[in-house]
Structure formats: structure tokens, C-alpha cells
Design a protein around this ligand. Structure first.
Ligand SMILES: [Cu+2]
Length: 125
């Protein structure tokens, strides 16, 4: 990126493609600040239905959230084996969200029906 003080523009250069683009800015630009904005992936979804988690195993990228929705007619819950706060009781229609910042494998069960098991595998970004 180059600031062009004389004509009040900034030139953006994409080194990979060699393309440039010039953008008009305020008077006499001398400094350019660049901020990296991480792409935020949409939350992954797990449906709780028919006394099971669907999908039972889910792969996400670190920093991504997972939303669990109780789409069943019965109450369920979420208890994480790593001790993170879950949801002791998710009534039908209720939802719970957890953001996973660290890579690893995170097992959980339904706190109401411990035979219902699930896993979130978190990859490094
Ligand atoms: Cu359950």
C-alpha cells in the first residue's frame, strides 16, 4: 500500500496478483494504518433430536462457535468433559453456544441422558 500525498489517493497493490487499485482519500495522506481482521466463520450447528446429537462429531476451526439447538420434544443438557460450563438443562426449543479457541478434541454428553455422546474437534486456524 502506498500513500500518494500529491493527489490525495492511496494505491493498493496485491502482490500475489500484481493488480493495483487507487482509492481517493482525504487531503495529503502520509500514513497508512493496516488492521488485520480475522474472518469470523459462521457458527457450526448441532441439532439435538431423537435423543441424539446430529452430527455426533463435528469439526470446527479454533475461534469458531458451535450452537446446539434442542430440536427434540424432551429436555436435554450439555456437560463437557473438559469442565467448561455447559447447559444443565436445555428445554425443547432452547439453544446453547460455546466458542472453541483452543485446538483439541472436546467430548461431551447429555447431562440428562449420559448415553447421548458428542465430540467437537477443533483444528488450528
Ligand atoms: Cu438428552
Amino acid at each position: 500500500m502506498v500513500s500518494n500525498e500529491g493527489d490525495n489517493t492511496v494505491s493498493l497493490i496485491d502482490i500475489a496478483s500484481g493488480r493495483t487499485r487507487t482509492v481517493t482519500v482525504g487531503n495529503a495522506p502520509r500514513k497508512v494504518a493496516v488492521r488485520h481482521v480475522a474472518a469470523t466463520a459462521a457458527a457450526a450447528k448441532v441439532s439435538i433430536a431423537n435423543f441424539a446429537f446430529a452430527p455426533a462429531e463435528l469439526s470446527v476451526t479454533a475461534g469458531q462457535s458451535v450452537d446446539w439447538n434442542n430440536d427434540d420434544g424432551a429436555p436435554h443438557g450439555l456437560a463437557f468433559k473438559d469442565g467448561a460450563t455447559g447447559a444443565p438443562l436445555l428445554l425443547p426449543g432452547a439453544a446453547f453456544s460455546r466458542r472453541f479457541d483452543m485446538p483439541g478434541s472436546f467430548d461431551y454428553v447429555c447431562s440428562v441422558h449420559p448415553y447421548m455422546t458428542g465430540r467437537v474437534v477443533v483444528r488450528a486456524p
